[in-house]
Design a protein around this ligand. Structure first.
Ligand SMILES: [Zn+2]
Length: 200
């Protein structure tokens, strides 16, 4: 796919703005070793504003089927299928999701079970969608379906509790939705996500 560097260069600024928005900065929960909150998203926004090879990059590239976007923990890069990515509510949720993977990469130096990290990333995206609504009963910018619906139902239980330590019992339906999704069939062969840090 031919990429226009000028439009690709707009991605870090656009993604940084999403992460610094009120809806994202209000996110605050613990999940195992992860603390997903406004200051962690601010660190990722700072990473996006850094100059390569430091910080977090953005790249437009072809992605596998069923993938809206992905975080590459080796390259410290958010990879998206088009330079206009992040300009509608569904894509904004996905940016928050991928930024949560970047938080895991930046703040944990060890491996993590893929479905556990996905659980955190989906809850963060779902909280963003709920926080962006006028009330927690909606209407929501994105009507969740599939894994996002499981995440939405988890997020609704913790949205009013900043700093909440998400319990495995509450998260269980979401974790199962990830494990049974064709998108994450690869977790059967490669169950762990690796992290090597993010330097600014
Ligand atoms: Zn993910």
């Amino acid at each position: 796919m031919a990429t226009n560097p000028a439009t690709e260069m707009a991605l870090p600024t656009r993604f940084g703005r999403i992460l610094m928005s009120d809806a994202c900065q209000k996110i605050d929960f613990h999940w195992g070793r992860l603390h997903i909150d406004g200051s962690a998203f601010s660190f990722i926004a700072l990473g996006l504003a850094s100059r390569p090879p430091h910080g977090i990059g953005c790249r437009v590239q072809h992605l596998k089927k069923n993938r809206g976007a992905q975080y590459n923990p080796t390259a410290n890069r958010i990879e998206v299928p088009k330079a206009s990515f992040g300009t509608n509510p569904g894509e904004e949720m996905e940016v928050v999701h991928e930024a949560t993977h970047a938080i895991a990469d930046a703040t944990t130096k060890s491996k993590m079970r893929g479905e556990l990290e996905e659980t955190a990333a989906y809850v963060a995206g779902a909280l963003y969608n709920i926080n962006a609504a006028a009330s927690i009963s909606g209407p929501f910018p994105v009507t969740p379906t599939g894994i996002w619906l499981a995440a939405h139902n988890v997020a609704l239980q913790i949205v009013g509790n900043p700093g909440y330590a998400l319990s495995p019992i509450i998260a269980s339906p979401l974790r199962q939705a990830v494990l049974t999704s064709p998108t994450y069939a690869f977790l059967k062969q490669t169950p762990n996500y690796t992290h090597d840090g993010v330097s600014l």
